[in-house]
Write a protein that binds this ligand. Structure first.
Ligand code: PLP
Length: 360
């Protein structure tokens, strides 16, 4: 936490708005709107809930095809199944590790040719690196398929100067405990349509129609964020910029110290790409050591590192669904590693990690 969160939480307590409504919710939403440059923002109790409501706004229902980036955390895709939709997984490209435009277009044509035009494209900016947005938006426009942008890991990232989360029909953020800023749990839905955001808020608040006895014409959810957590969020927004700065510094330290090793490569930013460097990730190839082995050696020194997200098309739960690709995400998974990247790591701690890696 930064310095202001406790002040705001205390203020929320004093106001006695310990509820999923209150002034901090409104304030957090307006601050997020400023940061993301998207007109309308609704905060919910998770990023997952926000993706679910985005799919509902696009009217994704039973057997509708949703084209999903395969290399991601399961929370991106699970809401497609909540709606009884059918995810079709799209491989990554190597420059950003995100959805490959070529594979995306192959998938669109495949499904159009069998009369099942995809209902949505679910794009992710993984580890904070923006996807190839220009190419993907061009394809989405050509075939008139809306984009949901999962920017859960990419708050503070930019593409050609514009914030991640502001390119799709809907954008999604997460404030889960592991994200660059957190409310312990929480998420947000972004859109330039007030009508859509109002509808999402209505669904998220048990779909109560205006009647004293609560009339329900639609299925509701309990997805709103607590005013207390929104107070934490208001405090966290003010540290976002310095967090991004620090995460980028951490990346630069690792890169400077480790890029001399021929077998280690870093995910570089191409022109126009600006990553929040949520996590510093490396690929290991041509070395007599695997990521698993490195994770084990680091763990012995009490240092936690992790593999990359296991692609969804390789997950047991999702194995029956279609995958369009040529093995890039699987190869990234087999060679990749997430290094300790928390904003509060000291330089001494980072150099301790580097020393262990250099030694092995
Ligand atoms: C964290 C995360 C989510 C889900 O957010 P929650 O707030 O934890 O529900 C979705 N997609 C990606 C890529 C994430 O990393």
């Amino acid at each position: 936490m930064g310095e202001e969160e406790l002040t705001y939480v205390t203020d929320a307590f004093k106001s006695n708005w310990i509820a999923p409504i209150g002034s901090y919710i409104d304030l957090f939403e307006s601050k997020l709107s400023e940061v993301t440059q998207v007109n309308q923002v609704a905060v919910f109790n998770s990023g997952t809930a926000s993706i679910h409501l985005a799919l509902k706004l696009l009217n994704v229902q039973t057997n509708d095809i949703v084209l999903c980036q395969s290399l991601t955390f399961a929370a991106t895709v699970n809401p497609v199944v909540y709606q009884n939709g059918t995810p079709v997984f799209i491989d990554s490209e190597r420059e950003t590790w995100n959805m490959c435009p070529t594979q995306l277009e192959i998938a669109i044509n495949k499904y159009i040719s069998i009369g099942k035009k995809p209902k949505a494209i679910l794009l992710v900016h993984l580890y904070g690196m923006p996807a190839k947005i220009n190419e993907i938006v061009a394809i989405a426009t050509k075939y008139n398929i809306p984009i949901i942008e999962d920017a859960a890991e990419a708050l503070g990232s930019k593409y050609n100067g514009n914030p991640c989360g502001s390119f799709g029909k809907y954008g999604v953020l997460s404030f889960n405990g592991n994200k660059i800023i957190t409310t312990s749990a929480g998420g947000a839905l972004l859109s330039n349509s007030k009508k859509d955001i109002d509808k999402a808020k209505y669904w998220a608040s048990q779909a109560k129609d205006p009647a004293l006895h609560y009339e329900h014409t639609e299925l509701g959810y309990n997805y709103r964020m607590s005013n207390i957590l929104a107070a934490i969020g208001v405090g966290q927004i003010s540290v976002l910029e310095e967090r991004v700065k620090r995460r980028r510094e951490i990346f630069e330290i690792y890169k400077k110290q480790l890029s001399n090793f021929k077998g280690i490569s870093f995910l570089e930013e191409a022109k126009g790409f600006y990553s929040n460097r949520w996590l510093t990730t490396i690929l290991i190839g041509d070395l007599a050591i695997t990521p698993e082995k490195l994770i084990e050696v680091l763990a012995k020194e009490n240092i936690e590192s992790r593999p990359l997200w296991k692609p969804m098309h390789l997950q047991p739960f999702y194995k029956e669904f279609d995958f369009i690709g040529d093995g890039v995400s699987e190869s990234l998974f087999n060679h990749g590693l997430c290094l300790p990247s928390g904003s509060n790591l000291t330089n001494e701690e980072i150099f301790r990690v580097i020393k262990v890696i250099k030694k092995i």
